[in-house]
Design a protein around this ligand. Structure first.
Ligand code: GLU
Length: 545
């Protein structure tokens, strides 16, 4: 069969040869250790935590080997593409300070020698390889029409392939030159399919860096390389791009293991060396039936990366949490190196988890609490404000209008404290945590039998109230008044003879605390007073329970 002629009939305008293309992509000069890997998202929606996880593995493998991390946009599925999705991907990487070594700006500027890095701009390359494979008799044009109507589609599916359990040969694989010529003359559109060499009896083995050796049935399907709109599905674009771009390790989700035999046959047909794969386990949750299930955007708000930004998790907590999922050794490392930058944590391929990690928000919150506990008050204020500017503009205005007060709030039980507070895990919760600073408290809970005593004590306290200048001064003042009003200032004595007193100092502090904050627990009252200011303190102490 004159395959060259068929190739020429299919692609008369494609003059670029694969030799010319390969000259444009010389092998990379690497030192043998350096990993070249990539993040290859399809712009089909908001970024999923699983995608980010995979990207982060890829990024770290290149980071620890001083290798090359590049970003390739896989935008060849126009039906699934969502507008703006690409911007989101770029913004997210940018937010985390993850800058690929090679990428392409959305407005076109290419950074790196192995571009274009946007697949829709690589059509001439895919066509040249499709033409080559047809010319070598390894692929063929398929003119089967996509029929409208459900019944037709069903019929087509049942009858189209010479299909048994073992193989799927497309009827167009044996079209003659004349038949192809006829179709082309009629202006019939065609897809390009691989002419598989296998008949379903072969098995292959391949090695995955995480899963080890995998044995599977070899591909025996004439699968599509170019759709009839000229766009390449994943397999073809992957084989060509990762080869030309010099990828040394393809990190991708384990859902691709099943199609790897097809990819490998394609590498053979193209005369390319096999890729090294690292199929990472997918992040899971435990479902209601107790089994693991994939984290899904449909059921889990935390599947969408936006969740973390809206909630205001510090970015490093998210990264540290993911490192923890990638390699459980991270936790030990962190315990030994409490103040080190996470970037000092090194891990290799052998350290990547082989089982699907379970996503656990409680653990993330824990990591985040520890991290926030270490942030100095003024920086915490700034982070909180930056978060508010994006997600709660009204709050941002308030935070800016009274900067000193809110810095003080952030410094409370933190700067210089031997036991900094560890209850905050994201920025969106701070306002709720300190609602009494923003608003007068509404719910005052105090026991009925204490109400009269509280009113009596607060009235007296207010009568002589002067803004204290130190915690000590404040507490001494409270104790003095307590003692005058027959409250015990010596707790031991109080416990021995409770009937001699109206209560103890803790009780009067509770009166003041509830009046000022509406809560029975709060940080040091002295600090809260300095934040509220004298007038507000007086207004709140003027309270009748
Ligand atoms: N575009 C593919 C995806 O988002 C890339 C898979 C890969 O990394 O090879 O699933």
């Amino acid at each position: 069969m004159d395959y060259k002629k068929i190739a020429e009939l299919c692609f008369p305008d494609v003059k670029l040869t694969t030799e010319e293309i390969e000259k444009r992509y010389p092998p990379r000069k690497l030192d043998g250790v350096q990993v070249v890997s990539r993040y290859a998202p399809s712009p089909t929606g908001y970024m999923h935590i699983g995608n980010f996880f995979q990207m982060f593995i890829s990024y770290n493998l290149t980071r620890v080997t001083n290798g090359i991390f590049f970003l390739r946009v896989e935008d060849t599925d126009s039906k699934r593409e969502k507008e703006g999705a690409m911007d989101v991907i770029y913004q997210i990487l940018d937010r985390f300070g993850i800058k690929p070594d090679e990428y392409q700006d959305l407005d076109g500027e290419v950074h790196g020698n192995y571009g274009p890095y946007i697949q829709s701009q690589r059509m001439e390359i895919y066509k040249a390889y499709a033409k080559k494979l047809i010319a070598e008799g390894k692929a063929f044009p398929c003119f089967c029409k996509k029929t409208e109507g459900k019944e037709d589609v069903l019929k087509l599916r049942q009858t189209k392939f010479e299909k048994d359990d073992e193989k799927e040969y497309d009827p167009c694989r044996n079209l003659t030159v004349e038949e192809v010529e006829e179709h082309i003359k009629n202006g019939d559109k065609f897809a390009v399919r691989l002419k598989t060499k296998n008949d379903g009896s072969q098995r292959i083995k391949f090695y995955d860096l995480i899963k080890g050796e995998i044995e599977a049935k070899a591909n025996a399907k004439d699968f599509v390389l170019l759709k009839n709109d000229g766009l390449p599905p994943y397999a073809f674009a992957h084989a060509i791009d990762d080869t030309l771009m010099g990828t040394t390790i393809v990190v991708r989700g384990e859902e691709y293991i099943g199609s790897t035999p097809a990819h490998l046959e394609l590498f053979d047909a193209l005369g390319f060396k096999y890729m090294t794969y690292c199929h990472n386990p997918l992040i899971c949750k435990i479902g209601e039936n107790g089994n693991r299930r994939k984290v899904s955007k449909r059921y889990d708000p935390e599947a969408d990366m936006r969740f973390y930004f809206v909630e205001g998790y510090p970015l490093d907590s998210i990264l540290e949490y993911l490192l923890n999922l990638i390699n459980s050794g991270f936790e030990q490392w962190r315990a030994k190196n409490p103040d080190a930058d996470w970037k000092e944590f090194k891990f290799g391929i052998d350290d990547i988890t082989t089982v699907a990690p379970i996503f656990d928000l409680v653990k993330l919150n824990d990591i985040s609490k520890n991290l926030i506990a270490k942030i100095p008050g003024e920086t915490l204020y700034q982070n909180w404000l930056n978060w508010a500017k994006e997600f709660d503009v009204d709050l941002a205005k308030i935070l800016e209008s009274d900067k000193d007060k809110f810095i003080k709030l952030c410094q409370m039980d933190r700067d210089g404290s031997p036991k900094p507070r560890k209850d905050i895990y994201n920025y969106s919760m701070i306002k709720k945590e300190f609602d009494y600073i923003f608003d007068k408290p509404h719910n005052f809970e105090i026991e009925d039998c204490d109400k009269e005593k509280a009113n009596e004590f607060l009235a007296e306290y207010l009568k002589n109230f002067k803004m204290p200048q130190s915690n000590e001064e404040w507490f001494n003042g409270v104790k003095e008044l307590a003692s005058q009003m027959e409250y015990a200032t010596d707790n031991k004595l109080y416990k021995q003879n409770p009937e001699m007193f109206k209560g103890n100092t803790a009780k009067v502090c509770e009166f003041i605390r509830v009046a000022l904050t509406g809560r029975k627990n709060s940080p040091t009252l002295y600090t809260i007073m300095t934040i509220l200011g004298e007038d507000e303190v007086k207004a709140r102490l003027n309270k009748k329970f």
